[in-house]
Design a protein around this ligand. Structure first.
Ligand code: GDP
Ligand code: GDP
Length: 472
């Protein structure tokens, strides 16, 4: 479960400033979905191990009449979708009628609200914020978002514990990642390496989760063909009856089996009911998409060949990659296109998505079913790539081969030294490299290492993260 935090408040109180601070910790990608959601911005944030989604609702124009109506379109939706609301007010401007109207609504919504008085820099915070207690939303957190002041105390003392409770209540932590080998004996490994004693035959192991279903999410913009594809993948004969799907923010989880592999389809589109072609159960929701991504092992990003690649496709892809999820690119509506158009689409893909050369690309027609069966092969491959266990010996040997092929550069007359590598986690695979002067390693060499690992381990479909630790 990934909690959703919405930032609401009048324009100019500092919401975007706080949004940027919250998402920066993760190099977050900010997705704008013009046309779909007006000004709402979505970002991924991380507090320690805790991941959450932040929504900036854009401004509520407090000068307008009937504020409750005006805030409806964006902020009401954002509030409804959120688990927690950060309500920002401007400590310098003081309490306004618009603040009161928003507060009134929040009290009625029964959401958990944290009231944040921003811009307390250079003023007497305590006296400036006292009037906001009158909003009856509990404690007033003083903040100067522009300077980072008060942000951490709000996050760490109030928000994080609350979100953790929510996550735990929702079913506990994700399946535990395998513990790192804490007793790892560096000296012994280096001796083995020196003596050429490494058992590289000890190959990679298949995932220990082989009997668990692979969860894959079908994500993409509206109308690209997600629900058509979902129906296809579930199979013709299946009777699909959906009266039950929950709220606007939650996807439907549908178990299925194919070639003895169990899957769970995370359906963000809302499968159409049999016979009722024009009736979709659910509408597109960014939150739903983001949550599905976080919850999936593999994401099928569906793109419409007739529209080629849009910024929204790239935003969704950015979220997938940011979350470290595996991805399979699905170019849909490949039926009935002439050769020239097909070539144009392929060129466009190369140009704009060349940077994720590790993802498999499928050209399919969800409508006619062509190419759909092969998607399962790429889903399995991506899942196995993301969860396979690789021994320290193997990773170290690969790292050494990379080094032999290409020495790391000299820095200040000394050569950067890579000593050994071990797994740091899975899903996505993380590889931790220990050595000396690693801070001096240029990005080009880091990319070279990542590619070397990718090729040697035949990792497809998932990003790989390589981390560096200075040996002492
Ligand atoms: P939004 O419209 O609520 O998203 O507000 P913005 O984040 O765009 O901020 C509005 C203005 O307030 C900008 O000029 C910010 O630089 C300024 N601002 C934001 N946070 C602070 C703060 O902590 N102190 C001061 N003095 N100004 C701030
Ligand atoms: P969603 O909003 O992403 O779930 O998209 P839908 O599955 O509802 O599809 C949107 C429209 O595209 C519908 O009219 C579908 O019939 C059509 N469509 C879906 N897949 C294909 C395809 O492979 N080829 C063609 N030509 N049309 C398709």
């Amino acid at each position: 479960m990934t909690p959703v935090v919405a930032l609401v408040g009048r324009p100019n109180v500092g919401k975007s400033t706080l949004f940027n601070r919250l998402t920066r910790t993760r190099d977050a990608l900010v997705a704008d979905f013009p046309g779909l959601t007006r000004d709402r911005k979505y970002g991924q944030a991380k507090l320690g191990e805790l991941e959450f989604i932040v929504v900036d609702t854009g401004g509520i124009d407090g000068t307008e009449e009937g504020i409750e109506l005006k805030m409806a379109e964006q902020s009401l939706l954002a509030i409804e979708e959120a688990d927690v609301v950060l309500f920002m007010v401007d400590a310098r401007a003081g309490l306004t009628a618009a603040d009161q109207a928003i507060a009134e609504h929040l009290r009625k919504s029964h959401k958990k609200v944290f009231l944040v008085a921003n811009k307390t820099d250079g003023i007497d915070g305590d006296s400036a914020v006292s009037e906001f207690y009158g909003l009856a939303l509990g404690e007033v957190f003083q903040m100067a978002a522009a300077h980072g002041r008060g942000v951490l105390s709000l996050l760490e003392l109030a928000l994080a514990p609350h979100l953790e409770e929510l996550v735990e209540a929702a079913g506990g932590k994700e399946e535990a990642q395998e513990e790192l080998d804490e007793d790892f004996d560096e000296e012994a490994l280096l001796r083995m390496v020196a003596a050429g004693d490494l058992d590289t035959k000890e190959d990679t192991k298949e995932t220990p989760f082989a009997d668990l279903p692979i969860k894959f999410a079908i994500v993409g913009r509206p109308n690209v063909g997600k629900s058509t594809l979902t129906n296809r993948m579930l199979g013709e004969d299946r009777v699909i009856v959906y009266d039950m799907p929950g709220t606007t923010r939650d996807s439907v989880y549908i178990p299925m089996e194919r070639d003895e592999q169990k899957y769970v389809v995370i359906d963000t589109a809302g499968v159409r009911r049999r016979g009722k072609v024009h009736e979709t159960v659910e509408k597109f929701s960014v939150i739903k998409t983001l949550k599905a991504i976080e919850d999936a092992n593999v994401c099928l990003l569906v793109i419409d060949a007739r529209e080629t690649i849009t910024d929204q496709d790239l935003s969704i892809l950015g979220f997938v990659l940011n979350s470290g999820r595996s991805v399979v690119l699905v170019v849909n509506k490949w039926d009935g296109l002439d050769q020239k158009v097909k070539e144009d689409v392929k060129n466009e893909l190369d140009r704009r998505l060349g940077f994720i050369d590790f993802a498999r690309v499928h050209f399919i027609s969800a409508l006619h079913g062509s190419g759909v069966g092969h998607l399962f092969e790429s889903i399995q491959e991506a899942y196995q790539s993301a969860t396979r266990r690789t021994s320290t010996a193997m990773l170290t040997r690969i790292m050494q081969m990379a080094q032999e092929d290409h020495q790391p550069p000299m820095v200040n007359g000394r050569r950067v030294k890579l000593k050994y590598a071990h797994a740091g986690g899975y899903n996505p695979p993380r590889i931790v490299i220990h050595g000396n002067q690693l801070n001096d390693l240029p990005d080009s060499y880091k990319r070279y290492l990542i590619n070397y690992f990718r090729k040697s381990l035949k990792i497809m479909g998932t990003p790989i993260r390589v981390e560096f630790q200075e040996s002492v």
